[in-house]
Design a protein around this ligand. Structure first.
Ligand SMILES: CC(C)(COP(=O)(O)OP(=O)(O)OC[C@H]1O[C@@H](n2cnc3c(N)ncnc32)[C@H](O)[C@@H]1OP(=O)(O)O)[C@@H](O)C(=O)NCCC(=O)NCCS
Length: 176
């Protein structure tokens, strides 16, 4: 665990509401799936930024995003998110999306996934491939400390998921 930590609960948001705008709909007036991914990614980025007092970052990877139900025009998205665990330069942010139905007022689970964000810094050196300053991973300013039973469980499980992601990365590197 890092020397400087903040409680997981200080990173968390619950029932964050997100409207679905006309440009978020497909031609059948149902929500376009990419809208959910973008909304979750933006929220995860906001949590990261807030937790680290404005450290630069990049979304390194997103786990699978299932869509459990159809979202219709007029429905409202409700998102819960928190930083589950931090490591040296990276962290896992869990995001859960529900949908509040316009017609019935009922709330249904829509999707849950995990984002891996990496704290970054820009070097003076120019990257010859992009022509922009090189961006590298940097140590995260703050870790997180889990307190409740659920937070501790997510904290432990995050390590297992991270191992699987790094294993997959290794296999892809070998196959390339
Ligand atoms: C973020 C970036 C600088 C990281 O550089 P990298 O060389 O790929 O990654 P590194 O090997 O330095 O590892 C950095 C961290 O990511 C973690 N990591 C790397 N690949 C990972 C993966 N597939 N899953 C989970 N974690 C991963 C490493 O474990 C390390 O974390 P740690 O220090 O906490 O252990 C670089 O990948 C980048 O700039 N990516 C683009 C990010 C971006 O723009 N995203 C928006 C979409 S385009």
């Amino acid at each position: 665990m890092k020397e400087k930590t903040r409680p997981v609960r200080a990173t968390a948001v619950k029932n964050y509401p997100a409207h679905i705008f006309p440009q978020d709909l497909n031609p059948q007036d149902k929500m376009f799936g990419g809208m959910l991914v973008a909304t979750m990614d933006k929220l995860a980025g906001t949590l990261f930024f807030n937790h680290t007092d404005g450290q630069s970052y990049g979304t390194k990877c997103i786990d699978g995003i299932p869509f459990d139900v159809t979202v219709y025009k007029g429905d409202l998205l409700l998102l819960d998110a928190s930083i589950n665990r931090t490591w040296n330069t990276s962290c896992e942010i869990g995001v859960r999306a529900s949908v509040k139905r316009k017609r019935t007022g009922k709330i249904q689970h829509l999707s849950s996934t995990y984002f891996t964000f990496v704290a970054t810094e820009e070097l003076d050196e120019i990257d010859p491939e992009s022509g922009h300053p090189k961006i590298v991973a940097a140590p995260m300013r703050y870790g997180v400390s889990p307190e409740t039973k659920d937070e501790i469980q997510r904290y432990m499980e995050a390590n297992v998921r991270r191992k699987e992601r790094l294993q997959e990365r290794l296999q892809k590197t070998k196959a390339a």
